[in-house]
Design a protein around this ligand. Structure first.
Ligand code: PGA
Length: 252
């Protein structure tokens, strides 16, 4: 069990009509009690943020974006900035999700810039790191995760992680139904925390590191029971209120 306040964040990805999203967010809000130890957040597609913000305002569940542009405003057709997310009272924004890295060409440098843009706007970045199956099989998991982390820490300093959340998301486990075993996940979480502790013990101790990749109610309790796993980033299962709430309870 983690010493830090657990966070369970739903990543809806590119899913949900207005009607479906309204029903989902209402059910999550009803299901999360004000006194819960676990913190719950929802990250819908940009266009649904106003709806979600209106429904969650004043309650215990927070919300955020799934990405942001590195610029504050200007001629960047199709993009959404950190200040725009903040204007809708987003608390969080996901940065460096493996789908952004793989499908939209976001390399470590861009991810580090986005991390800085998020913090400059007063948002807490949820920085995603994780290896592909080929990288794991080549025994490169730690090297890849270290490279992804260092890109951010070298640019913004270790203290920038006081206002951030990490998510370890092995690419081979995302949306595949193949979850990392609790021990596989814990091993990487411990590696990450240890690496950061070498720079600043207090920052490493306080940092929440979420696990993501096919988390379900059936495996959440065991994953969240690991000492260095401080909650989850939930994709597919966050689209079902009942299932998502069971996962939240598993972290409570
Ligand atoms: P999944 O996605 O839970 O559907 O595997 C996790 C994520 O991409 O954040």
């Amino acid at each position: 069990m983690s010493k830090r306040r657990p966070l369970v964040a739903g990543n809806w990805k590119m899913n949900g009509s207005r009607a479906e999203s309204a029903a989902l967010v209402d059910a999550v809000r009803r299901g999360v009690g004000p006194g819960a130890r676990v913190e719950v957040a929802l990250c819908p597609p940009f266009i649904l943020i106003p709806l979600v913000a209106e429904k969650l305002a004043g309650g215990p569940v927070s919300w955020g974006g799934q990405s942001l542009d590195t610029h504050k405003s200007g001629a960047y057709t199709g993009e959404v900035s950190g200040p725009m997310l903040k204007d809708y009272d987003c608390a969080y924004v996901i940065v460096g999700h493996s789908e952004r890295r793989a499908l939209y060409g976001e390399n470590d440098g861009v991810v580090a810039e986005k991390f800085g843009a998020a913090q400059a706007a007063g948002l807490v970045p949820i920085l995603c790191v994780g290896e592909t199956l080929a990288e794991r099989e080549a025994n490169r998991t730690e090297a890849v995760v270290a490279r992804q982390l260092d890109a951010v820490v070298n640019k913004h300093g270790i203290a920038s992680l006081k206002n951030a959340v990490l998510a370890y998301e092995p690419v081979w486990a995302i949306g595949t139904g193949k979850t990392a075993t609790p021990q596989q996940a814990q091993d990487v979480h411990r590696f990450i925390r240890g690496r950061l502790a070498a720079r600043d013990q207090a920052v490493a101790d306080g940092l929440r590191i979420l696990y993501g990749g096919s988390v379900k109610s059936a495996n959440a309790k065991e994953l969240f029971g690991q000492p260095d796993i401080d909650g989850g980033l939930i994709g597919g299962a966050s689209l079902n209120a009942e299932e998502f709430l069971l996962i939240c309870r598993a972290a409570d």
